[in-house]
Design a protein around this ligand. Structure first.
Ligand code: NAD
Length: 503
């Protein structure tokens, strides 16, 4: 295996970025950030507290109330967003190098995520320029139009699985809409978020429009959620965290968008192109180390092809290259953090009593240290099993057989989540009827997750609240005010004009 790669010029501290300045926490608090291959701390990040969040929100609020950004012409904002995209693109290799080092994601996949981050900015630059709003006419009487305005200071809270890309997913539409922002990135992976400050400044984003507070969820994240001057929270993370944030937003009635966990089914019918289904369902759960919200982590296979599918799938899974994240040959790298590694390993052990182990089942040979898990395949997993019901968020898949389409649908819907579903069949009618009946926010027919940025993104049931993606994201970050203009005479009942009869 290649020697462990450590990027040159790693920062020795990761400060906050508030009002155009890099700053430490008011009280000087810090936390250690670990390299997932050695599990050794490699830097210290500022641990934001309520006082730091106050400062960041004040800077964002000042930029919103008195700065030029919210009122800037869409075209002018778009020019800056395109410059941001160019800068991200220009440093995609450095970004991928840092992201891989911090998250343990394979370098080739981290590079793809960096490029997708650039694309997010280009996309929302285009969208905001092309945006039009509704007008309703009542000839001779009324003109009604929608006046769109940015909501204010957006609180953005992101997870560690593809940090930079998921941050871009919120930053791009929030900024395109004219909001100012406070970003609280995940504490396991704060390294790449520090790059935004330089990118934004060079692109010409005014100071105070983007603010970054590092820190622990229960401290910095919680303070952002409860802050009275933050009218909106966009959150991506675990369902249980989302539930807590939902409760904590109630007092100030914040707008919320919640992208939460998943346990998505990939349903393989006997008439499917089995070669393509095997390639795609392997990629669907083992890419990004299995740390993917839309992972097809339950594969339901129709009985006539079940034995063949399981055999071929397990052979390929056992052959997946697990290794140093920076090695371009690596297909599965190191899980993000020892705590997460322990959680995934717990499920691997549990699976041995809940299903039939076909591949993996522990630490891969030749990798005695670091958060490495061999791609693990369990077959014959019943719907009551915890590895069928619960999100593992690692390179672990549960395969179950089914006989009829009805049974497949029941199994697909038999969990609390409803983020994505993947259907493999050559029967056109069945593909569509199944897609329309499955409880999932997004369905792919004969494909893994390949998403056009215009489409809605989001889950149902415990997988989320609200949909982002395309113009839905702009709707989330803006108020749509209805302005009613009278063009003619308005019939008004004339109160207070009747003759009083004396008592
Ligand atoms: P997490 O819920 O532990 O943390 C997410 C973020 O919330 C972090 O920044 C964390 O610091 C912050 N946080 C934690 N407690 C908080 C609190 N009390 N108040 C405010 N903020 C708080 O999630 P994670 O482990 O970082 O990410 C993995 C999860 O994210 C998985 O469940 C995965 O499915 C989900 N995810 C969903 C999507 C999607 O689009 N649906 C995308 C990626 C990841």
């Amino acid at each position: 295996m290649a020697a462990h790669h450590v990027p040159a010029d790693l920062p020795d501290k990761l400060p906050h970025y508030i009002g155009g300045q890099f700053v430490d926490s008011v009280g000087g608090e810090t936390f250690e950030v670990l390299d997932p291959v050695t599990n050794q701390p490699y830097t210290l990040a500022a641990a934001g507290q309520a006082a730091d969040v106050d400062r960041a929100v004040a800077a964002a609020r000042a930029a919103f109330v008195s700065g030029e950004w919210p009122g800037m012409q869409a075209r002018a904002r778009a020019r800056i967003l395109n410059r941001i995209a160019d800068a991200v693109q220009a440093q995609d290799k450095r970004l991928a190098e840092l992201e891989t080092f911090d998250t343990g994601l394979p370098i080739t996949q981290a590079l793809g995520q960096a490029q997708r981050a650039a694309e997010n900015f280009r996309f929302f630059a285009d969208l905001v320029v092309a945006q039009s709003d509704e007008v309703y006419q009542v000839p001779g009487r009324q003109l009604n139009y929608v006046h769109r305005k940015p909501v204010g200071v957006a609180g953005l809270i992101t997870p560690w699985n593809t940090p930079f890309m998921l941050e871009s997913w919120k930053l791009a539409p929030a900024l395109a809409s004219g909001c100012t922002v406070v970003l609280k990135p995940a504490e396991f992976t704060p390294l790449s978020a520090g790059l935004w400050a330089g990118i934004f400044r060079e692109a010409g984003l005014p100071d105070g429009v983007f603010n970054l507070v590092n820190g622990i969820g229960e401290q910095a994240g919680d303070a952002l959620v409860r802050h009275p001057d933050v009218p909106l929270i966009s959150f991506t993370g675990e369902t249980t965290t989302g539930q807590l944030i939902y409760r904590n937003c109630a007092d100030s009635l914040k707008a919320m968008s919640m992208e939460l966990g998943g346990k998505s089914p990939a349903v393989v019918f006997a008439d499917a192109d089995l070669d393509a289904a095997i390639d795609s369902t392997l990629f669907g759960v083992f890419s990004l180390n299995g740390e993917r919200c839309t992972a097809g982590s339950r594969i339901l296979v129709q009985r006539p092809v079940y034995a063949e599918f399981c055999r071929r799938y397990a052979e390929r899974a056992a052959n997946i290259v697990v290794g140093d994240p920076h090695d371009p040959a690596t297909e599965v790298g190191a899980l993000v953090h020892p705590e997460h590694y322990a959680k995934v390993m717990h499920y691997v052990e549990l699976g041995k009593s809940e299903g039939r182990l076909l591949a993996g089942g522990g630490r891969p040979a030749g990798l005695p240290t670091g958060n490495y898990v061999a791609p693990t395949v369990f077959a014959d997993v019943p719907r009551t099993a915890r590895i069928f019901q619960e999100e593992v968020f690692g390179p672990v898949v549960a395969i179950s057989p089914f006989d009829t389409e009805q049974e497949a649908l029941e199994l697909a819907n038999a969990v609390r989540y409803g983020l994505a579903a993947y259907v493999w069949t050559s029967d056109l009618t069945r593909a569509h009827t199944f897609a329309q009946s499955v409880q999932a926010g997004m369905v792919w027919l004969n494909s893994h997750n390949v998403r056009d940025l215009r489409t809605p993104f989001g889950g149902v049931k415990a997988s989320g609240l609200g949909h982002e993606g395309g113009y839905r994201s702009l709707d989330f970050y803006t108020h749509q005010q209805a302005v009613h203009v009278t063009l003619g005479e308005v019939h008004t009942a004339r109160f207070g004009t009747s003759e009083r009869t004396s008592a």
